[in-house]
Ligand binder design. Structure first.
Ligand SMILES: *Cc1c(COP(=O)(O)O)cnc(C)c1O
Length: 427
């Protein structure tokens, strides 16, 4: 399965039933698992044997779907989490603790920014935010002796900046730390960050992977490539004995390909418990089976709509990394030659009042705090997610008050363009 192309992995990855077994993945709707002797169960608690004992830590349905996503990203191990927020928190907290520091790209999802800048700061972890367009010198200057990771999004939500993954990977590796990439918007269909040097990949599976607005979820994939032991002094959690497991050392016992995800499961999932429900993992898998087909349509719809908007007299500006006029066009072409994502941002010559008039006149696109869905949806961040900010703060966050984030679904593109045209006519 590992040598198959991405489309085949989307459909068949992670699960090969034996004779007489179910063709579709079984939902293991059980919190607990049975053993014949306490001795056998004891081995699981010592991490001496692998097996299931309680769904807060691991469930076979989740593991099947995680294995598919690991194959799609080209990683060695993966875990599902209850949300994208939990995935990014675990990915960072698995290697950074109180007194540590992380370099993060500044254009990231608002929820992740809040997690890093406010909540994790309270836990004693400091973040330095750098522009995705920073120079090598600016990036270099962000590192400290206690830096433990670098974080960024392939395509940022909602700023739509595109990260130069190789540049950020090289800088991270020069400092002996891994690059963590949130690949939610591009999906492994359009970009596989591990192929460009990323070490850990995270997802909000709530977006394109689920694709139908059905289940909140997340995922962490490990490339298995980062040599933790070569920088053992920076990563004591992975490279020295864990007292809560009778002194096993994750890197020694599970190797580079298994240490990161085993530690995240055995410690973080055990203690924080943000497991994805097996029912949700099953629904997520239905989404994955058509991800490659949907992404093509999301991207072609978005490109056509971006081009339509760009030539419209009432539109002031359009940002879409697939447009030749975009500052990110060439970097997007390098990392995502087959397409980027379905989200387009644009602004109005008539400013905020025109944006508000446009939004309420749309008939197909619904106003939602959601993106990356089969149904077209849109949002005016200045009056919704970023409502608490004044005009100055909005500009600092890369959001102007005329900005509309339009998430193209997989409907007929002419219907979408006609809907946009009639809404523009009302301004
Ligand atoms: C939505 C989103 C998240 C958070 O995911 P949830 O599933 O909503 O918790 C993280 N990163 C990106 C890029 C997102 O779009």
């Amino acid at each position: 399965m590992k040598n198959n192309r991405i489309e085949t992995k989307c459909v068949q990855g992670g699960y090969t039933p034996a004779n007489g077994e179910p063709r579709q993945i079984p939902i293991v709707q059980s919190t607990t698992f049975k053993y014949a002797t306490s001795e056998e169960m004891g081995k699981l608690f010592d991490l001496e044997a692998s097996g299931y004992f309680y769904t807060r830590l691991q469930n076979p349905t989740n593991d099947t779907v995680a294995a598919k996503i690991a194959e799609m990203e080209g990683g060695t191990a993966a875990m599902l989490t209850s949300s994208g927020q939990a995935a990014n928190f675990y990915a960072v907290f698995n290697i950074a603790t109180c007194g540590d520091h992380v370099v993060s790209c500044s254009t990231i999802y608002g929820g992740t920014y809040n997690l890093f800048a406010v909540t994790m700061k309270k836990m004693g972890i400091e973040f330095t935010f750098v522009s995705p367009d920073c120079t090598d010198e600016e990036l270099e200057a962000a590192f400290r002796p206690n830096t433990k990771a670098v974080f960024g999004e392939t395509i940022a939500n909602p700023a739509l900046t595109v990260l130069d993954i190789e540049k950020f990977a090289n800088a991270a590796h020069a400092h002996g730390v891994p690059l963590i990439i949130d690949n939610t918007f591009a999906t492994p269909v359009n970009c596989r960050p591990i192929e460009w040097g990323a070490d850990i990949v995270t997802h909000s599976t709530t977006k394109y992977m689920d694709g139908h607005g059905a289940c909140v979820g997340g995922c962490i994939v490990d490339s298995g490539k980062f040599d933790w032991m070569a920088h053992a002094e920076k990563f004591p959690g992975l490279c020295t004995p864990d007292d809560s497991y009778h002194g096993i050392t994750y890197c020694e016992k599970f190797g580079l390909e298994g240490a990161f995800i085993t530690k995240a499961t055995a410690q973080l999932m055990r203690d924080f418990g943000s497991i994805q429900a097996p029912q949700h993992a099953f629904i997520l898998n239905l989404g994955l089976e058509s991800l490659h087909v949907r992404m093509e349509r999301h991207c072609s719809n978005a490109l056509a709509i971006a081009k339509y908007l760009e030539q419209h007299e009432k539109i002031a500006w359009v940002e879409y990394p697939g447009l030749e006029s975009s500052k990110y066009y060439s970097v997007a072409k390098k990392y995502m030659p087959n397409g980027t994502c379905g989200v387009v941002s644009f602004g109005f010559k008539g400013g905020r009042p025109a944006a508000e008039q446009f939004m309420k006149s749309l008939k197909i696109a619904a106003i939602e705090t959601h993106v990356a869905d089969a149904r077209t949806c849109c949002l005016h961040p200045a009056s919704a997610t970023h409502r608490q900010m004044n005009d100055e703060e909005l500009i600092a966050a890369g959001i102007t008050n005329d900005l509309v984030r339009y998430s193209c679904g997989i409907e007929n593109v002419d219907d979408l363009i006609e809907d946009i045209a009639q809404a523009l006519d009302t301004i």
